[in-house]
Design a protein around this ligand. Structure first.
Ligand SMILES: [Zn+2]
Length: 188
């Protein structure tokens, strides 16, 4: 079992949950492929694991650390939380064309945010960029709403097991709670 299909796109239960926690439109989540980062040539110095990165979005693809793949439930849970952040960047990437030139412009746009923030905020520069603050909303909501329930994994594992009906029912029952968290996101 995996939160991803064989082609790397997200399974329907994952899509439903990530839409609920991040607010990213379903149309931006469907058919986006999540691939191991090791197969990509790009290495951004501001996106190291130490600075809170370890994954990035480029165009319609999300590249994540290869250690998060493999389909064990531990990997899947970790990847789900990672994606709850990364999908926020799909919205940022969608503001640019998906062509090579568009991707280059997106990289330059991100780089200028990181550099400006590093100059202003020092070591905290990565986290403090507007784009990182925005993207973190989804992961914060996904972490926070199960934590107040008695069995947090009972809210996460149906996603990992791709039980779409259960996940949709759960999201409906927690809709007000999730909306409330969105309003009270304290920032990263
Ligand atoms: Zn990010």
């Amino acid at each position: 079992m995996s939160i991803l299909k064989d082609d790397g796109s997200m399974n329907p239960a994952t899509t439903a949950m990530l839409h609920a926690v991040s607010g990213v439109p379903v149309t931006l989540l469907e058919n986006r492929r999540v691939l191991p980062r090791r197969s990509n040539w790009l290495r951004f110095p501001w996106n190291s694991k130490r600075s809170g990165g370890g994954a990035f979005v480029l165009g319609q693809r999300i590249r994540a650390n290869g250690n998060l793949f493999g389909g064990t439930c531990t990997n899947d849970r970790a990847l789900l939380f990672r994606l709850a952040h990364e999908v926020g960047h799909l919205t940022h990437a969608a503001a640019f064309p998906y062509s090579a030139t568009g991707k280059f412009r997106y990289i330059m746009w991100s780089a200028s945010q990181y550099v400006t923030s590093y100059l202003r905020n020092g070591c905290d520069g990565y986290r403090r960029t507007h784009m990182e603050q925005e993207a973190e909303t989804g992961r914060w909501v996904l972490r926070t709403f199960p934590a107040v329930h008695q069995e947090p994994l009972a809210l996460i594992d149906p996603v990992v097991e791709n039980k779409l009906t259960s996940v949709e029912r759960m999201i409906r029952s927690l809709e007000a709670e999730i909306d409330d968290l969105h309003e009270h996101y304290p920032g990263w």
